[in-house]
Design a protein around this ligand. Structure first.
Ligand SMILES: C[S@@+](CC[C@H](N)C(=O)[O-])C[C@H]1O[C@@H](n2cnc3c(N)ncnc32)[C@H](O)[C@@H]1O
Length: 229
């Protein structure tokens, strides 16, 4: 291996170490916050970057353990997580927010990141809401930019809010603030993509911790950050 290649590898390693230092949330395991639960899972495999099977199991387990009556998902894409929450919690009132099927980027409060554009413009958006319509009866899909969405339309607070929309720093901050303001007593917020690959999400969560002086944890073996009010 020549010297330049070695230096490049060294730089890459240093970069990863530097980035991982930002991932400073205390780690908890699912066993710390839930208990053994029987769950059903539909659509075990997702697109690259989507929830892993373990992540899907964790969020379903949490929804069941805390008997969440009201669930909100910011960024629902094909509806995989929302449908699984519905299938495992038959009386839960479920709301989702995602961009309208055809939207103009210039109308968004913040420009989409390239990675987010792929899903935002994907033709399969909402697919599972149709495929599993037997679980759809308690689901209400809302369409709009979550950064400018009017949360006053909800006449109740949510027991579980899953933030998985735009991964841009400004969006994650606004989504988190809206989540905090719309959370029930003992309500839970889960963020997806707390990872080296999504440093904007990490930065936004660190900002929220400082601003609201709250404790947020990361859940072992997942890219979830977890907060309970
Ligand atoms: C990673 S996907 C969500 C995956 C989904 N939570 C699941 O578990 O299957 C991100 C979604 O966020 C939506 N999104 C991106 N920017 C948004 C914004 N500003 N407002 C609302 N939704 C947004 C995209 O359209 C996309 O469907």
């Amino acid at each position: 291996m020549n010297l330049i290649k070695k230096i490049k590898i060294l730089y890459k390693l240093l970069d990863q170490i530097y980035k991982s230092k930002n991932l400073s949330l205390k780690k908890i395991s699912l066993a710390d916050i839930s208990s053994p639960t029987n769950i059903k899972i539909f659509e075990t495999v997702d697109f690259k970057g989507g929830l892993t099977l373990e992540e899907l199991s964790v969020i379903i387990s949490i929804s069941k353990k805390y008997e969440c009556k009201n669930y909100l998902e910011i960024g629902s894409f094909r509806g995989r997580t929302a449908i699984n929450i519905a299938a495992n919690n038959k009386d839960t009132d479920i709301h989702t927010i995602d961009l309208p099927q055809s939207f103009e980027e210039k109308n968004l409060k913040f420009k989409l990141l390239d990675n987010d554009t792929v899903q935002a413009k994907h033709e399969d958006r909402n697919y599972f809401f149709y495929k599993y319509k037997e679980y759809n009866k308690n689901i209400t899909n809302h369409y709009g930019d979550s950064a400018t969405f009017d949360y006053n339309i909800f006449n109740h607070k949510f027991d579980l809010i899953f933030i998985d929309g735009s991964h841009k720093y400004e969006n994650v901050v606004i989504d988190s603030e809206n989540a905090i303001n719309n959370l029930s007593k003992k309500g839970i917020i889960i963020w997806h993509d707390y990872s080296i690959q999504n440093l904007d999400v990490v930065k936004a969560i660190n900002h929220i911790i400082k601003k609201y002086k709250i404790k947020i944890y990361s859940i072992k073996n997942t890219r979830f950050a977890f907060y309970q009010s």
